[in-house]
Design a protein around this ligand. Structure first.
Ligand SMILES: Nc1ncnc2c1ncn2[C@@H]1O[C@H](COP(=O)(O)OP(=O)(O)OP(=O)(O)O)[C@@H](O)[C@H]1O
Ligand SMILES: [Mg+2]
Length: 258
C-alpha cells in the first residue's frame, strides 16, 4: 500500500525541500514508485528539476482550485520511477486562492486517494508555516519527517512542533505517525552539532534517524544544475547519506512505522 510522507517543520530553511527531492530520488533509485507533490507556492521542487514553470500547464493550483483530476497533472521527472506534481503558482492572487481553497483541510487527502496505491511512496514538501497548505499535507499524510538543523533555535522549534503535531493528530488525523526526526546540514567539525545530535538521540531515541545528512556543497549546488544530488554527484557524502536514509525509510515501511 502507498505511504504518504509529509516533510514538514515550522522552521524555514532546514532542508525540507532538499530532503523531499533527494529522498524521493533515492527511493526511485531503489525502484520504488515515487511521486513528489510540491505544496509550497514558492515552487522549489519544480525549480530544482529545472521545469520551466511557464511550460508546465498544470500543477497543484489546477488540482486544488480548478478541480482538475490529479492524474492529469502528474509529470515524469525524467527519471524512471519518479513522478512529480509542481506547485505551478504564477501570481499572488493564485496563491491566495490556493490557501483559501485549502481551508478545506481534507482536500488534498481526497484528491490523492484515487492515485495513492499507484505509488509506493508519495512525498509531500510542505511550506515553512502552519497555514492551510501544510495542514492539508499533514491531514493527507500517513507520517511526517521532521528535518532539524543542529542549532539551539531549531531544538526549541522542534519541541513546539511535536506538540502541534499531537494536536493536529487529535483533531484531524488520528493515524498520523512521526516517521522520524532527521538531522540535516550536520558538520562533524562543530562540537555544538555533535552535542545536539547526542541530545536528540537521548531524548527522542529511535525517533531520530540513524542517518544524519551532512552539510555538503554538492547538495547545495545540485538544484542550480536542475538535478537531485544523486545525479549531480553520486559519490558525494550528501548523495550517499540520502541513499542510506531511503534504506531506513524502506525498513520503517516494512515494519509498519510509517
Ligand atoms: N545537506 C545540505 N548541505 C548544504 N546545503 C544544504 C543542505 N541541505 C539544504 N541545503 C541548503 O540550505 C538551503 C535551505 O534548504 P531547503 O530549501 O531544502 O530548506 P527548506 O526547509 O525547504 O526551506 P523553506 O522553509 O524555505 O521551504 C538551500 O539553499 C539548500 O541548498
Ligand atoms: Mg522548502
Amino acid at each position: 500500500m502507498g505511504k504518504v510522507i509529509a516533510i514538514s517543520s515550522q522552521k524555514g530553511g532546514v532542508g525540507k525541500t532538499t530532503t523531499a527531492i533527494n529522498l524521493a530520488t533515492s527511493l526511485a533509485i531503489f525502484e520504488q514508485n515515487v511521486l513528489i507533490i510540491d505544496l509550497d507556492p514558492q515552487g522549489s521542487v519544480g525549480i530544482s528539476f529545472h521545469l520551466d514553470e511557464y511550460n508546465v500547464k498544470f500543477g497543484l493550483y489546477e488540482i486544488m482550485v480548478k478541480d482538475l483530476p490529479m492524474a492529469r497533472t502528474i509529470l515524469n521527472s525524467g527519471l524512471d520511477y519518479l513522478d512529480l506534481v509542481p506547485a505551478n503558482i504564477h501570481s499572488e492572487e493564485q496563491e491566495i486562492e490556493l490557501y483559501s481553497k485549502a481551508l478545506k483541510l481534507d482536500l488534498l487527502k481526497t484528491i490523492i486517494a484515487p492515485i495513492k496505491n499507484g505509488y509506493d511512496f508519495i512525498i509531500v514538501d510542505c511550506p515553512p508555516n502552519l497555514g492551510s497548505m501544510t495542514l492539508n499535507g499533514l491531514v493527507a499524510a500517513d507520517s511526517v519527517i521532521i528535518p532539524v538543523v543542529s542549532e539551539y533555535y531549531s531544538m526549541k522549534a522542534l519541541g513546539k512542533f511535536l506538540n502541534t503535531l499531537k494536536n493536529i493528530s487529535k483533531k484531524y488525523n488520528p493515524h498520523l505517525k512521526i516517521a522520524g526526526i532527521l538531522v540535516t546540514m550536520f558538520d562533524k567539525r562543530i562540537k555544538k552539532h555533535k552535542e545536539i545530535v547526542e541530545y536528540l538521540r537521548t531524548t527522542f531515541r529511535e525517533l531520530v534517524f540513524e542517518t544524519v545528512i551532512p552539510r555538503n556543497s554538492k547538495v547545495a549546488e545540485a538544484p542550480s544544475y536542475g538535478k537531485p544530488v544523486l545525479l549531480h554527484s553520486i559519490k558525494s557524502e550528501g548523495a550517499l547519506a540520502y541513499l542510506r536514509l531511503a534504506e531506513e525509510i524502506m525498513k520503517r515501511k516494512n515494519t509498519n512505522k510509517l
